[in-house]
Design a protein. Structure first.
Length: 235
C-alpha cells in the first residue's frame, strides 16, 4: 500500500510548489511538492475505501530517515478522515504525535481532526497530555487543538487556563500559545484580557499574543492602542 501511495504522491508533485514549500519549512526534508487539497482528496479516498488502515500500518512500521513530508501529512489526514470511536482515534493520534516535526504537519492535522469537535470531553485528556509532553511540537499540537476545537463558550475558560500555563522555550510552541490566545481574545476578550494585564503569561507569549491581536481587523484602533501600551515593545 505504501508503495502505491508513494507513486500517487510522486504523480501529484509539482517542482515549483516543492521549492516554495521548502522556503516555508526550512530544515524539513523529503518535501515532494504536493498541494494540500490533493493530499486531502487522497486521504478521503483512502478513508472511503478502507485503505487507510493498511496505509497507516505500513506508515507506522517505517521509522527510517527516508519518510516523505507528504507521507506525514497524509497519515495525519487519514486519522482525521477515518470514522472511528474516540478511543481508537486517540490511540492513533498518540502514535502519530512523535512524528510531527514541523508546524505545517501539526496544524494541518489539528484542523482536520474534526472528531475532537464532536466529542470534546473524550479528547480533553489527550489535549492536556500533549501540553505536558515537554516537546515543542507536542505542546504546539495541544495548543492548536484547543484553538481549532475548544473555542466555544462552554470550553473557553478551561482552554484559556491551559494556554496560560504554556512556558515552553521553543518558538513554535510559544507562537501556537500566542496564536490561540489571540483568537480566544477576539471571541472572549474578558477571559484573556486579565492575562495580558497581569503577569500570568510567559513574557514572550504575552508579547506575541498582543501582536497577533493587533494584526486582526476586529479590534478598534483605540483597543489596539490600549493593548500596545501593555505590550512591552509591541508596535
Amino acid at each position: 500500500m505504501r508503495t502505491e501511495v508513494r507513486a500517487e504522491i510522486a504523480a501529484l508533485a509539482e517542482p515549483a510548489y516543492r521549492d516554495f514549500s521548502q522556503k516555508l519549512l526550512p530544515g524539513c526534508g523529503g518535501i515532494q511538492g504536493v498541494r494540500l487539497p490533493a493530499l486531502r482528496r487522497l486521504a478521503r479516498e483512502l478513508a472511503r475505501t478502507g485503505g487507510w488502515r493498511d496505509y497507516l500500518a505500513e506508515y507506522f512500521a517505517e521509522d527510517g530517515p527516508g519518510r516523505w513530508f507528504e507521507e506525514d501529512m497524509l497519515a495525519g489526514m487519514c486519522i482525521g478522515a477515518a470514522k472511528l470511536p474516540a478511543e481508537e482515534a486517540v490511540s492513533l493520534a498518540r502514535r502519530f504525535r512523535p512524528r510531527i516535526g514541523n508546524w505545517s504537519v501539526c496544524d494541518s492535522f489539528c484542523t482536520g481532526f474534526r472528531a475532537v469537535s464532536r466529542e470534546r470531553e473524550a479528547f480533553w485528556p489527550f489535549v492536556t497530555e500533549c501540553l505536558e509532553t515537554g516537546e515543542e511540537y507536542g505542546v504546539r499540537l495541544g495548543a492548536v487543538l484547543l484553538l481549532a476545537h475548544y473555542r466555544t463558550p462552554e470550553w473557553a475558560d478551561r482552554a484559556v487556563a491551559l494556554l496560560a500555563e504554556i512556558s515552553h522555550p521553543g518558538y513554535y510552541a510559544r507562537m501556537a500559545a500566542a496564536w490561540a490566545l489571540s483568537m480566544f481574545y477576539l471571541d472572549f476578550p474578558e477571559k484573556v484580557l486579565p492575562l495580558l494585564e497581569g503577569g500570568a503569561l510567559q513574557q514572550e507569549v504575552r508579547r506575541m499574543t498582543i501582536r497577533k491581536i493587533c494584526e486582526s481587523r476586529r479590534p478598534s484602533p483605540e483597543e489596539k492602542a490600549r493593548l500596545r501600551a501593555l505590550g512591552g515593545g509591541v508596535s
